[in-house]
Each structure stands twice: as structure tokens, then as C-alpha cells.
Design a protein around this ligand. Sequence first.
Ligand code: EPU
Length: 338
Amino acid sequence: MVRIYENIELTARNSFGVPARAKRLIEFDEAEDLMQIFADEKMTNEKWIVLAGGNNTLFTRDFEGTLICPQNCGIEIVATEGNTVHVRIGAGVEWDDAVAWSVEQGLWGIENLSLIPGKSGAAPVQNIGAYGTEVKDVIEQIEMFCPETMNRLILANDYCEFGYRDSIFKRSLKGRVIITSIVIRLSRTPNPRLRYGDVQQRVDELGGPTLANIREAIVAIRSHKLPNPTVTGNAGSFFKNPVVDRELADRLLAEYPDMPLYPAGEEGKAKLAAGWLIDRAGWKGKSDGRVGVHTRQALVLINLGGATGAEVMELAYRIVTEVKERFGVELSPEVNVL
Ligand code: EPU
């Protein structure tokens, strides 16, 4: 089924809750619907993008084109080999519903990614990650539709160019394909990953590393640190953790010995914590008109009520400028700014 909305208001369709309109928005239920949508002559030369849950998108102006919204839900086990279980998840499934399902089924692999807002089809685009796990660790293949060729395509993990909050879908395939489902590999063999932050301690308090306890611990940690987007408009981490030259990292470390530093996975580079830099620049918990920086996590910009996307961006620019002046580090947004 396809549902078409003309001149639609988007406040309820982006987690920042900022106002914007789109010329058109089309929801689809099945991958096959895309053939029909793109065969329509209205789509010839039409500007289009995918808007899934709107959890990582900031609208700074109206969108003069068509938004394509996956609604295809469905989680199915496609194959089982020993303890390994291959699962197909529709692009329109809420990611956290997929995680809850995996935990109920006793399947390990994505429990550390509990409570990340957004749809499953968006998960590989920015390679969502938290608490020592990234979705790339479990992705087997991505199923998608390409309007240029009117074909359905499958891309195996190796070809997805996954990196930290990065993939081919943010690069050469950006604006060229629509992800319709993902296939992930889960396991019945327990594999608790508890090393990140205070996960281990929380899990111990709950009685040990079962799937349900790990999910509960992660949900508790996230709920404490991060604002609920249905209450306070936000898009999770607004900035990526910056990867800088090791030399700059060492200079900063000499000046700020408590500065968190992570391996960047690249020779001569290091990853810094953007939240720490913004916090140290004095922005944590501060507000500027109708926008602000969350009190418990400086990486999260929030809509205090009635803000526009442009106001969020003004605050983001001020933060970027101050962090650059103070630490010589350039922050870049994780959020997709339109
Ligand atoms: N920190 C501060 N002040 C802050 C925030 C953080 O000093 O206001 C320090 C922390 O004390 C810690 C370090 O910075 O030493 C890192 O903080 P944290 O563990 O909270 O993680 P993060 O790097 O800020 C990343 C992801 C989150 C993910 C967490 C947990 C990015 C951009 N963000 O945050 O992902 O939940 O790790 O794994 O990589 C998201 O992408 O939307 C998101 C929430």
C-alpha cells in the first residue's frame, strides 16, 4: 500500500520537533510499492530523500520535493545454522522493537543497541553504535531499491564501507537507493559485552549477564543520560566524536590529563569525546533562547519548546566555533541537516 500526502507538516515526523513542510510525502508498506511510486511521471526529475523515523534529521527549511517513508514492518527468521540465526527486518520496524524481539527470542548480538531511537532501515546508514557494539558487527546484507535502474539490489556487509557513524549510504549511494530491509546475524550462544562504562556494574546489580538484564541495564543508562525525544525534542548525539591527529591529541592530553581518548582504528590518529570537549567549553546545561545543551550529556542539543531548525543550527555553530578556538578541534554534525 502507498499513501501520499501533499504539502505536509513535519513537526511530528522529526524527533527535534521543529516545524517544516514537505511538498509531498509518500509512505510505502512493501518493497514492491517502490516500483509503482517511481514509475509515476511525477517522480521524473523529482528531488527525493528517505525520511524514516526522523530521528537523525534536522529540518532548517521546507523540503521542496518528495519524502519517501518506509512503513514495511516484519521480522522473520530466514535461516538457522547451529546456533547462528539469520533474521530479516523490514526497514519500517522500530529498531528498538527489533532489539526487544531478539531478547525475547534468546538471540544475542544487538542487546547493547537497546533504546536507540529510529527505524531499522536507518540503522546501517550511520552504522548506529553504543556500548561497544555497532550494527555493522551483525549486518549480513542490505536489501534496497534503486530508482535509477528500477531494480531491487542486495549489498553484502563487505561492500557497505562501514566506519564509525559512516557507510556507503552516506557516500556514493546517498540519494540513490532506498533500503527496504536488512538481514542480520544473531546467535543463541551467550556473548555478553559489558566493558563499556558502567554497564558491568548495572548488570551485576540486576543479577548477572542475561540478555534481559543487559537490555534493562542499557535502557536504564540511556534513559538516565539521554532525553526522551517524545518529551524533549532532540536527535541523540548532535556531533560525531572527532578523529584528530595523534599529535594534537597528545598536546591536549598534556594540558588536560583527564581528557578521554579512544583508538581511532587508524595509524597516527585518535578519537576524542565531543561531549567532553563541549562540556569543558562550558556548554553543558546551557540554553540560548529556545534551544539548549542537555544537562546530562553535552553531545545532545535540545529543543526547549517551539524552536526552529535554524535556531538549533545557530547554537551548533556557536559550539563548533568555541570548541575550535579552545581546543583546535573541528566538530562535525552526526545529524543530517536539511
Ligand atoms: N563526557 C563528558 N561530558 C559530557 C558527556 C561526555 O565529560 O557531557 C565524557 C564522559 O565522561 C566520557 C566520554 O566523554 O568519558 C564519553 O562519553 P559517553 O560514554 O557518554 O559517550 P559519548 O562518546 O558521549 C557515544 C555515542 C552515543 C552512545 C554512547 C555510548 C557518538 C557520537 N555518541 O557517546 O551514541 O550512546 O557513546 O556508547 O558516538 C548517538 O549516536 O546518538 C548516541 C547517543
